[in-house]
Design a protein around this ligand. Structure first.
Ligand code: SF4
Length: 485
């Protein structure tokens, strides 16, 4: 059987990300393709990430003549987890084209897990719900045998005549080392590398060392890998890094795990192996404030080459962290940031405005914490209720007109909250610019302490831009909301 893999993330349909130009190959797709190839099937990839239209699928269908077309999103990338409607529409278009070509069509993604019926009514034969490699393999074998018994396979949704059928939930895999390495050779890595090099002067590639997250922040949707946490061995991860370094020559790695190195000894063993093999690269991870207060963890991260830690800080208000079931404290955010600075690792905060019940006082606490700690980078979002979360259950009655963002810069607040959606959009702009202004003051203070370097000079000079801009953004906020002062 011939299988053509694809995925539904078109970076060109996400204008902000296309402008940022930091594309990562579809890791989850490549991993699934490797599993099928190892089982003896002929696989190919139609990588949509850098192309302009789903219409280009037609030529690939004609070239590869596949029996099965699989839209398999990269479940390790936060952009696919956002379930953006621009990508959903592209997925529908592709599944209809493949169906018209005579393929069986299988879909696996966060969005199709959440909206399985819609994908099925738009032309998919099967939606795989959750972790998908093993159900996919069983499905392909089923098609090969020509016995149409999907009800015997766990983790699927399909239509029986017009009735939706969901089979039993499948447990996630524990033995991740048993999987082959992702089929990196199927992607045009040179095209990714060229974009990175041209725009940023270095090449970053993505790897996953774990699947899932055991924490229960009540707004965080985990439809693919769920609440379990399973790791690959540090030995296998280092083997993959060596292979990628030899083949593609990267400078930087994004470890796309929800939480990198949760198990205490994992990072220490990883750092030992990186040193032993003399691997030289910088990397970026996601972690939590309560883990980053452990000095041996942070020291091992540094030893392995960690450059940046993105921390889910979320809010400067303990009331909001508790409402989110975040399980962390403001003090841990402080301690973690200081420890990262001590070990010369860049700290970056994910922040979220608009959580249920957030007041002006909570918002001001977040801004104050940001100005106090001045992390090296920030990413601000607006609370986004996704199916499968406690947060979604609380607000779903409000989600009548719009349930998903169109692209990653949409940031519409889609439920009724303390303030109107326009306020949060403007708040997002204001906080970003205000943070840069405070970085400018920090640069100026450093210059006055005779720390004369390019970074401090650049930041201090940026004040000429940020001081008037922040004043302007502040006035706009005031006009939108008179509570703002
Ligand atoms: S720690 Fe991160 S990945 Fe885990 S539940 Fe919380 S937000 Fe989600």
């Amino acid at each position: 059987m011939k299988i053509l893999f694809s995925h539904s993330y078109f970076m060109q349909f996400d204008p902000k990300q296309w402008e940022v130009a930091k594309p990562y190959p579809p890791l989850g797709t490549l991993w699934a393709a490797a599993v099928l190839r190892e089982a003896g099937y002929e696989v190919a990839l139609f990588d949509t990430q850098l192309i302009a239209s789903p219409d280009l699928l037609q030529a690939e269908l004609e070239k590869h003549q596949p029996d099965i077309f699989v839209i398999y999103d990269d479940g390790f990338n936060y952009l696919t987890k956002m379930c953006l409607t621009n990508m959903r529409e592209a997925a529908f278009k592709m599944q209809q084209m493949a169906k018209a070509f005579g393929c069986k069509v299988i879909v696996s993604s966060s969005d199709s897990t959440d909206h399985d019926e819609q994908y099925l009514r738009e032309g998919a034969d099967i939606v795989i719900r959750g972790e998908a490699e093993m159900p996919l393999l069983e499905l392909v074998k089923m098609y090969e045998r020509k016995d149409n018994t999907p009800e015997a396979i766990e983790g699927l949704a399909f239509l029986n005549n017009t009735e939706l059928v969901r089979t039993a939930k499948r447990k996630v895999m524990k033995e991740l080392d048993a999987l082959p390495l992702p089929a990196w050779d199927l992607a045009d890595i040179a095209a990714y590398k060229a974009i990175w090099k041209n725009k940023h002067g270095y090449f970053s590639i993505n790897l996953a060392t774990t699947r899932g997250c055991p924490y229960k922040c009540n707004w965080c949707a985990k439809p693919i890998y769920g609440n379990r946490y399973n790791s690959r061995s540090p030995e296998q991860v280092v083997e993959e890094l060596q292979l990628l370094q030899t083949r593609y020559g990267f400078d930087h790695v994004w470890f796309s795990d929800d939480i990198f190195g949760l198990k205490p000894d994992w990072v220490i063993r990883f750092a030992d192996l990186v040193e032993k093999e003399n691997l030289k690269f910088r990397f970026m991870i996601q972690s939590r404030a309560d883990l980053l207060v452990a000095e041996n963890y942070v020291a091992a991260l540094k030893r392995a080459g960690c450059e940046t830690v993105w921390m889910g800080a979320e809010s400067g208000s303990q009331t909001i962290l508790d409402a989110m079931d975040k399980g962390t404290t403001i003090d841990q955010i402080r301690q973690a940031t200081q420890l990262l600075k001590k070990h010369q690792i860049r700290s970056a905060f994910f922040l979220q405005f608009g959580y249920l019940g957030e007041t002006m006082s909570d918002i001001q606490k977040t801004i104050a914490l940001l100005n106090e700690l001045l992390p090296d980078d920030i990413g601000i979002s607006v609370s986004y209720p996704l199916p499968g979360t406690g947060f979604y259950e609380k607000v779903k009655a409000d989600l009548k007109n719009k349930q998903n963002w169109s692209d990653s810069d949409d940031l519409t607040l889609m439920f009724r909250n303390t303030y109107a959606p326009d306020f949060y959009k403007q708040l997002h702009r204001y906080v970003h610019k205000n943070y840069r202004k405070h970085q400018g003051y920090e640069g100026l203070r450093n210059l006055l302490r005779f720390r004369l370097n390019a970074k401090n000079m650049r930041r201090a000079a940026s004040l000429m831009y940020y001081v008037p801009v922040v004043f302007n953004e502040h006035q706009k906020l005031k006009r939108i909301n008179h509570d703002w002062n």
